[in-house]
Design a protein around this ligand. Structure first.
Ligand code: C5P
Length: 209
């Protein structure tokens, strides 16, 4: 059977991860959350007292990244995301991760990868590219509700400011900025629940097979 590579990109908190994971289960493909790689590097740099804005030192950490560094729940939090987006601006960091991501996508069945530059840089030849968006307000609202469900106080305004700050850094950087590939399908989930987003994505994928 032919392999299938699905590239899912989009801004923070757009629901990419949930969607990508469901698609990987539905199409029986391995799944790589590439944000986790940048989160792991940011975390290691922070723990080792390395300057997150130093491209050479963080690039060295990126070259030594191992799977064991990525298996930790704290990597999911907001702080880890901030550190990730600071180290992710450096070309040596991005370069160190390229081969691993491309090799993952080149497996016999194909793969689902989610991130910021999968359709543009890592897998420009992906079979299907989906750029998942939602308004900053909707993303901040979803994140606020998620945190509230875990018993944290609602801080919508602060979270909205953080979402906008991360968008600006990811879209504004010189290397591999967040943007849809020319041939990506745009999936705006502002007024969709996850089930509808999933069904819509399956429709796009099935049509392109
Ligand atoms: O997707 P997630 O929020 O886990 O990603 C954390 C940060 O890592 C992003 O804000 C972005 O700066 C960086 N990233 C990236 N390229 C990717 C995946 C993540 O630059 N492919």
């Amino acid at each position: 059977a032919k392999s299938l590579v699905i590239a899912i990109d989009g801004p923070a908190a757009a629901g990419k991860g949930t969607l990508a994971k469901r698609l990987s289960e539905h199409y029986h493909l391995p799944y790589l959350d590439t944000g986790l790689l940048y989160r792991g590097i940011g975390k290691l740099a922070f723990e080792r007292g390395v300057d997150l804005d130093d491209p050479v030192a963080t690039g060295e950490i990126a070259r030594g990244l191992e799977p064991a560094h990525l298996d930790e729940p704290p990597l999911r939090g907001h702080e880890a995301g901030e550190r990730a987006s600071r180290v992710a601006v450096h070309p040596p960091v991005r370069q160190a991760l390229e081969d691993f991501q491309r090799a993952f996508a080149a497996g016999p069945k194909g793969a689902v990868l989610d991130g910021r530059d999968i359709g543009t840089v890592i897998c420009p030849g992906a079979d299907v590219k989906i750029f998942v968006t939602a308004s900053a307000e909707v993303r901040a609202r979803r994140r606020t509700d998620e945190l509230a469900a875990k018993g944290r106080p609602p801080e919508y305004e602060r979270i909205l400011a953080e979402v906008k700050e991360r968008d600006a850094r990811d879209a504004g950087r010189a290397t591999a900025p967040l943007k849809p590939a020319a041939d990506a399908h745009l999936l705006d989930t502002s007024e969709m629940d996850i089930e509808t987003a999933f069904q819509t994505a399956c429709g796009l994928i099935d049509r392109s097979l």
